[in-house]
Design a protein around this ligand. Structure first.
Ligand code: 1CP
Length: 342
């Protein structure tokens, strides 16, 4: 695989002249440029207007100098046309959560070109815009994280509803997960066909189950999803938040890159995962609240833990927080580039 982009090279474990870096949720509320666009419309309108979605995708590339762009959308965008009434306040809320077999049966698999044309159009605009500059990452939620929102109806602290279904109605749970996995497969393949150059799968809630339950209730569906992607030449990044103790299970899903939150030491994680797989992430997002000298020390510490091994993409261990000073985010990107330059 030949590519000029450090980000793509690092995904494949190839050597780079400096460590590539981007930030999860790099387009968003911490950027005044984003808020200026966001003032004019709702979040869903922003996702559904390709010119605006493209504009806010580009903002962090121009401002931060990140090495990869991520499509501006949400993991729940393709769930709405499955037949679920979605609102953002600003977190997602479904008016009609999935609780019964009839609810699962009523969910439809969207026809991507007809139901989410704005996502595919945004990708096409961005590819033209970024050609030769940065690669574009497409993304989706892992089936389990999507199911959490669909069953709970919103974010949750204890995830009581999804766990009731998982343990108490395993057949219902399995039928829901199968349907979501098939939707996700078609959605991510449509993004690849439209021009996405890498795919990130966000399993934000995959770490809320025990390691044994992860293998039983979460991993089989993510594995099936990744297996069904048209991934020739397209690196797949798999990020499971809170999975530090079960990275060997996460690796079994078969991605090219494994995402790391900040509850795990990057060096130890790499030892556990082995040299064949690349890693991404690891900086505690709250470190961006610290003085610059502290940010620089933390960047250096993570680069030192990686110890020059190929296949490292620098990132936060989860999304950037909305109250972070954008200048600190930009400084973090500069530190990664300066301290890793060969
Ligand atoms: O009013 C606003 O501006 C809405 C805030 C917002 C934004 C900017 C939401 C609502 N989503 C997004 C964009 C978004 N969501 C991106 C954009 C691209 C980028 O990274 O720059 C991405 C990749 C996501 C993915 C996403 N949405 C995840 C997975 C990653 C993560 O942060 O864990 C999850 C869990 C969501 C659900 C969601 N959407 C929005 C919010 C506030 C949330 C989280 C709610 C919760 O904590 O339960």
């Amino acid at each position: 695989m030949t590519t000029e982009y450090n980000f793509i090279k690092a995904c494949w474990g190839q050597p780079v002249d400096r460590t590539p870096v981007w930030l999860m949720r790099q387009a968003g509320r911490y950027l005044p440029q984003y808020m200026a666009v966001r003032k004019k419309c709702t979040f869903l309108e922003l996702c559904k207007t390709p010119e605006l979605a493209a504009e806010v995708t580009i903002q962090p590339i121009d401002y931060l100098g990140a090495d990869a762009a991520i499509l501006f959308s949400d993991i729940l965008t393709p769930v709405e046309p499955m037949g679920m009434k979605l609102d953002f306040v600003p977190g997602p809320v479904f008016e009609n959560p999935v609780r019964t077999q009839a609810d699962v049966d009523a969910l439809r698999i969207p026809v991507m070109e007809e139901d989410v044309p704005y996502v595919l159009e945004t990708i096409k605009i961005l590819r033209r815009e970024f050609e030769g500059r940065v690669p574009l990452i497409g993304f989706g939620g892992a089936p389990f994280t999507l199911a959490c929102y669909m069953v709970e109806g919103k974010g949750s602290k204890d995830f009581a509803q999804i766990k009731r279904m998982m343990y108490g109605a395993p057949e219902l749970y399995a039928s829901l997960m199968e349907k979501i996995t098939e939707m996700d497969r078609q959605y991510l393949n449509a993004q690849i066909a439209a021009g996405a150059q890498a795919i990130q799968i966000f399993d934000t809630w995959g770490g809320i189950v025990s390691p044994l339950d992860y293998e039983k209730y979460v991993l089989p569906y993510t594995t099936k999803l990744i297996d069904g992607l048209n991934r020739d030449g397209i690196p797949i990044i798999h990020f499971v938040k809170g999975a530090g103790t079960m990275l060997k299970s996460v690796r079994k899903a078969g991605s090219d890159v494994v995402g790391l939150d900040w509850h795990v030491n990057l060096g130890k994680a790499r030892d556990m995962l082995g040299p064949e797989i690349a890693v991404q992430g690891n900086l505690d997002p709250t470190v961006l609240y610290a003085p610059k000298a502290h940010i620089e020390r933390e960047v250096k510490r993570i680069l030192d833990e990686n110890a020059g091994r190929p296949g490292h993409i620098f990132n936060l261990g989860h999304g950037i927080l909305p109250t972070v000073d954008p200048e600190h985010a930009k400084f973090m990107v500069e530190c990664v580039h300066r301290l890793s330059q060969k």
